[in-house]
Design a protein around this ligand. Structure first.
Ligand SMILES: NC(=O)c1ccc[n+]([C@@H]2O[C@H](COP(=O)([O-])OP(=O)(O)OC[C@H]3O[C@@H](n4cnc5c(N)ncnc54)[C@H](OP(=O)(O)O)[C@@H]3O)[C@@H](O)[C@H]2O)c1
Length: 265
């Protein structure tokens, strides 16, 4: 088992990527602490994990609220004896595909601020509890937004850049405390979409483009990726389990390319 007896906190743990990664971590032997705003979503993931013989607890926490996240991380560390792994899989509802003329400054900044804030708040909360154990792993999530070559993605693209740069500099900030930081860059994940805020996001965008989410994903996979397909949830989750494990102990400050080749490094 890759993560035997590791303590993992997953913010946005009731979501598509958070839930799939929680299940993968649990199968690899980690004890899981799921945090999010909706109890039922978290309970559903925890029930799946327990049904497979894993260990999972849930807490309602707003991952934008610094005091709430600090308090939660403290409770987890006290209960479990520390924190080894943290994943921020929190979504920020926003709009994509709109021209600049139709996007106000507050709308532009919202997705940037909220993504930066939740990643800062959660990393700051878990880092001391990882350092107490001699180290840990912080995982963040991004999309290829900063490399998009069509208009309409200014806020999303800058938000992706912000998370990527934050992750790299966080690795610099925390390396001397034994904490590794890896940013996972996935393209759109078709089997995540029906479970995720991205269904509404893509439906809204593709309707404006005169197509459907399903048709757009199929065309994007065929035309824009080297492999002619898009990533699957289990591929992203299994990769996350590997980089969170000691088997990837030499890796930090890295941006993992999980795009099936829609962007090249
Ligand atoms: N899906 C994809 O294809 C894809 C690809 C690349 C990158 N990503 C990125 O990966 C991240 C996760 O995406 P996803 O598809 O897994 O989204 P998702 O299924 O919508 O899950 C996100 C989770 O975050 C929780 N959340 C939102 N705001 C929160 C807050 N303030 N505090 C705590 N929890 C909060 C939501 O639950 P509550 O609302 O109940 O709190 C939800 O369960 C996003 O940043 C997304 O942009 C996604």
């Amino acid at each position: 088992m890759l993560l035997k007896d590791k303590i993992a906190v997953i913010y946005g743990g009731g979501g598509a990527i958070g839930g799939a990664t929680a299940r993968a971590f649990a199968r690899e032997g980690a004890e899981i602490f799921l945090a999010g705003r909706t109890l039922e979503r978290l309970e559903r993931v925890a029930a799946d994990i327990r049904a497979e013989g894993g260990r999972a607890s849930v807490d309602v926490v707003d991952a934008q609220d610094q005091d709430a996240v600090d308090a939660h991380a403290g409770r987890v560390a006290k209960r479990a004896g520390g924190i080894d792994i943290a994943l921020n899989a929190v979504s920020v509802v926003h709009t994509q595909g709109l021209p600049m003329a139709d996007v106000g400054v507050d709308q532009f900044l919202h997705v940037i601020n909220a993504n930066a804030r939740t990643n800062y708040v959660t990393a700051k909360a878990v880092a001391p509890h990882m350092a107490e154990r001699g180290g840990g792993v912080i995982l963040t999530l991004t999309a290829p937004g900063s490399r998009i070559t069509s208009p309409g993605f200014l806020g999303h693209g800058v938000a992706c850049s912000a998370v990527e740069t934050f992750s790299r500099l966080l690795a610099v900030e925390l390396g001397h405390r034994g904490i590794r930081v890896i940013c996972l860059r996935s393209d759109a994940i078709p089997d995540a979409v029906p479970l995720s805020y991205t269904q509404g996001l893509f439906d809204d965008m593709t309707r404006r483009f005169g197509t459907t989410t399903e048709a757009w994903l199929e065309t994007h996979a065929k035309q824009d990726t080297l492999l002619g397909r898009l990533p699957r949830l289990d591929q992203v989750a299994d990769y996350a389990a590997f980089v969170a494990s000691d088997r990837a102990g030499a890796m930090t400050g890295a941006l993992a390319n999980l795009t099936c080749g829609s962007v090249l490094d």
